[in-house]
Design a protein around this ligand. Structure first.
Ligand code: MV4
Length: 467
């Protein structure tokens, strides 16, 4: 009898508990991630507010949300990048929390701080953590302190050219000079000798000042032909942090990821336990909460080197969701409400293999030039082992103002081979008319012997030619 009563009351109490935390979430983003976050909110019984620019009135996230607020003209700098307009929209609609998605204001410490000051929960890490990880030199220093392996290099900021030459001599060439305020591949130069340092130092300082507002540079050993391996983490406000395995994101073009997979074909179970454990230690070392990712370079000897920590939910999070069964966005919202993680490290087991292809409205035969315009036909693939995250539909106009990703196709299989076969099948099923897409390019990658072997590194894409 008691048992029946308990199980009857449990969902009731869970509902009340969530109700007392927050009721309404404003989604400060657009496109597929806004749709993804709105879906998570609905499953949690939370009301949603969409914000949109004048170019996004007809976007799917606006239709799916319970309410919507126009926050300005088409350009991102006038809308999705305006903290005051977004926080005003939260106040007007009485939203309790803001989910920033990825890009735009997701890693803006000042925005996170403004949210807190306005009494709106920022669904993400603390402003201090965002700021620290945004300063790449400081991030490295703090991760090293926490026991995370870093690239051999010089501690801190380089004072001048002579300092750089001295440091490079100690490290050994080739070296890489990086802007401390940079990241994502911007503001860095590989240098092979003293002459190179002399030629590059001042130029890169100038570029860093112009692009990021700070001339600070640091220096590292250059790792040749690395793989890009990243570890998914999530932490709560009670000091719990777990890892959800790694993703291999080695297939990139000009620092844009094109294909991601989990697990990495190059990471053994022992190596995963090691790098997962080290990553958890790093996150705990800085008191991290929310979803986050530590990016590593992995060399051909399987050595790991810390690269950056991303303090946001990432585009490629679905591959991790599929092999772990954890809904990362829902978990991220729950921990923002102050709840404990719903799973422990011992609950995390990997099942099968997942691959994601990012579909962009670009023309691969014209050097990936953007291809905005109206989608005259849109039929997403389906069937077993296929997930499509997209904000597009037949008749949708892709605005020219934002990034060109229009869909993510994620497939799962018992094995990598099965996931690849399903991806091929899904991409062949996908009908997108009216604009050019990167689907034909992905189909080329999916038949490349190096990709099929899984021996890809970050230089793979530059070596594959598309006609
Ligand atoms: C490196 C590196 C080799 N050695 N650092 C690119 C993005 C930025 N987060 C850091 N990046 C790199 N840092 C050292 N010491 C090579 C890259 C790199 C890269 C890394 C990941 C994925 C693709 C890449 C493409 C070119 C260079």
């Amino acid at each position: 009898m008691l048992l029946i009563l308990q199980s009857y009351l449990k969902p009731f109490f869970t509902l009340i508990k969530e109700d007392t935390m927050f009721r309404k979430v404003l989604v400060a983003n657009r496109g597929e991630i806004a749709v993804r976050v709105i879906r998570a909110c609905k499953e949690l019984g939370l009301k949603t507010v969409a914000v949109y620019s004048q170019a996004d009135e007809d976007s799917l996230h606006v239709h799916l949300a319970d309410e919507s607020v126009c926050i300005g003209p088409p350009l991102s700098v006038d809308s999705y990048l305006k903290p005051a307009q977004i926080i005003s929209a939260a106040e007007i609609t009485d939203a309790d929390a803001i989910h920033p998605g990825y890009g735009f204001l997701a890693e803006n410490a000042q925005f996170a701080q403004m949210c807190e000051k306005s009494g709106v929960t920022f669904i993400g890490p603390s402003p201090e953590n965002i700021r620290m990880m945004g300063d790449k030199s400081l991030a490295k220093e703090n991760m090293q302190k926490a026991g995370v392996p870093t690239v051999p290099g010089n501690k801190g900021i380089l004072k001048d050219v002579d300092h750089a030459i001295e440091a490079a001599y100690q490290i050994g060439y080739p070296v890489i000079l990086k802007a401390s305020a940079g990241g994502g591949g911007k503001g860095m130069r590989i240098v092979g000798d003293v002459d190179g340092v002399q030629k590059t130092f001042k130029v890169l300082q100038g570029e860093a000042q112009a692009a990021f507002g700070s001339p600070d540079l640091y220096i590292e050993k250059y790792i040749q032909r690395p793989r890009h391996i990243e570890v998914q983490l999530i932490g709560d406000t009670h000091g719990n942090v777990i890892h959800l395995g790694e993703r291999d994101c080695s297939i990139q073009r000009r620092h844009q990821k094109l294909v991601e997979e989990a697990p990495s074909p190059a990471v053994s179970d022992e190596l995963r336990d090691y790098i997962g454990g080290v990553s958890v230690q790093g996150a705990k070392g800085i008191g991290y909460r929310s979803a986050g990712t530590i990016e590593y370079l992995m060399d051909d000897q399987h050595n790991f080197y810390f690269m950056e920590m991303n303090t946001r939910i990432q585009v490629e999070h679905p591959v991790t969701e599929w092999i772990t069964g954890v809904d990362l966005v829902k978990e991220q919202i729950r921990v923002a409400m102050g709840e404990k993680l719903s799973v422990t490290q011992a609950d995390i087991h990997l099942h099968g293999h997942a691959i994601e292809c990012r579909i962009n409205a670009e023309d691969p035969s014209r050097n990936f030039a953007p291809s905005p315009g109206q989608i005259t036909a849109f039929h997403a693939p389906g069937g077993i082992g296929v997930r499509v995250d997209s904000h597009c539909y037949t008749g949708y106009h892709i605005p020219p103002f934002y990034d060109s990703m229009i869909a993510k196709v994620i497939t799962h299989g018992h094995t990598r081979q099965e996931a690849i076969a399903r991806m091929r099948r899904a991409l062949e099923e996908f009908v997108i008319e009216g604009v050019n897409t990167t689907i034909p390019f992905h189909l080329k990658v999916l038949e490349d012997p190096t990709f099929l072997e899984g021996t890809i590194d970050t230089t793979f894409i530059e070596r594959i030619h598309f006609k």
